[in-house]
Write a protein that binds this ligand. Structure first.
Ligand code: MG
Length: 384
């Protein structure tokens, strides 16, 4: 079996969101958002698909790297192809990103699953068929009835528990919100949610990512009093020493790194530097399902959990294929938005959640996305 084609396309779909000046998504008026899809086709006609933002899989990235490495090769040689793509990264002047690597590698997994008639988590080797989810809120805002006040977070927490969530992660206020960042407001929001949902719901905080060490220590100590399950990315993750300093002083598990570059390699450095108590890796951020599994297995070898960052089919497959991950991150959620409605380019949700708070793994072959190919074809704005 040989890869014949690597194609990219951009299509539009309606979304009710706006992105603020710092890149955080909030509810907003309906817009036509753009999405990219990479499709890898083998000589027997089997295809694999992966979604990524259009900028990540733009034409130059396909022409200069993906096609050179992939075409003519056996699509089942995922590890070798990933290593060869990674080799191209060094000389790519930053153009071949980890996220692009992740998209190409995920499409190879999708192709393999579709060829063999197996969901990707079964192909990896499953640990479970359903994973408990935490409801992951959007960042705070200044919308009336949105996520403007600690009381808003409390009310929303109650609503999420009624929906079935057994765990909730708050993203609190960040600039350009006028009063952000504010450690005391973050703690107030956390206290309001704990008060609203009671002691039996697991709670986590993922707030402003550029606090000082002393602000992070203050928040962490308050979260301990509120019996929070973890404290995520309160400081710049490029400073491993700051995280080692914080982890040393707190009892609450510090989790990371999420946004730090360096794939599984930098995760290994964090573990040995004692910079976190729970490791973190997500498929797009670390360059694919393979490196995400490597990070999770590394954590397991050190007796640590590795919580998978972000939603979506590839991340869900990893959470189902490892033991040392407690939750699937479902979101981002907001009182004004209905997460249980799939985007127009999918016929059904990839991560449906039952009333007990479990997300059930897809059973269809590949990554399990129920792709609406007709919709995508009708709304394609460019192909390359
Ligand atoms: Mg995070």
């Amino acid at each position: 079996m040989k890869i014949e084609k690597v194609e990219g396309r951009v299509f539009t779909y309606p979304a009710k969101r706006s992105v603020d000046s710092a890149g955080h998504a909030h509810p907003g008026p309906e817009i036509q958002a753009s999405m990219g899809m990479v499709t890898i086709t083998a000589d027997d006609g089997t295809q694999g698909h992966a979604f990524a933002l259009p900028e990540i899989i733009r034409a130059h990235v396909l022409n200069a790297f993906a096609r050179k490495v992939l075409i003519g090769q056996d699509p089942f040689d995922r590890e070798r192809l990933w290593q060869e793509l990674e080799h191209w990264q060094r000389g790519s002047q930053g153009q071949l990103t980890d996220r692009a690597l992740g998209a190409f590698e995920s499409a190879l997994w999708d192709l393999a699953g579709r060829k063999l008639g197996l969901p990707v988590h079964k192909l990896i080797g499953s640990y479970r068929e359903k994973v408990p989810a935490y409801g992951s809120t959007m960042c705070g805002d200044e919308l009336e009835g949105g996520l403007k006040t600690p009381e808003d977070y409390g009310r929303f927490g109650e609503k999420l528990v009624k929906r079935g969530y057994k765990a909730i992660k708050l993203h609190t206020w960040m600039p350009p919100v006028s009063f952000a960042p504010d450690p005391r407001m973050d703690v107030k929001a956390c206290a309001a949610v704990r008060e609203a949902v009671g002691p039996d719901i697991a709670l986590m905080l993922d707030g402003y990512h550029w606090y000082s060490r002393t602000d992070a220590l203050y928040i962490g100590r308050e979260l301990q009093k509120l019996d929070f399950a973890w404290f995520e990315e309160p400081m710049n993750e490029q400073s491993t020493a700051s995280y080692a300093w914080l982890s040393e002083q707190l009892d609450i598990p510090v989790i990371g790194p999420e946004s730090l570059a360096g794939k599984h390699f930098s995760r290994a450095d964090w573990v040995t530097a004692k910079a976190c108590d729970i490791l973190r890796a997500g498929v797009p951020g670390v360059g694919g399902i393979g490196p995400c599994l490597k990070a999770a297995h590394l954590a397991e070898s050190f007796g640590m959990d590795c919580e998978v960052h972000g939603n979506g089919a590839a991340n869900l497959a990893v959470t189902a294929a490892i033991k040392n991950c407690r939750w699937y991150e479902r979101g981002l959620l907001h009182p004004f938005l209905d997460y249980d409605v799939p985007p127009a380019y999918l016929n059904s949700l990839v991560d449906p959640m039952d009333e007990e708070g479990f997300v059930h793994l897809p059973t269809r072959p590949g990554l399990g996305e129920d792709i609406n190919f007709e919709y995508i074809e009708a709304h394609t704005t460019s192909r390359y």
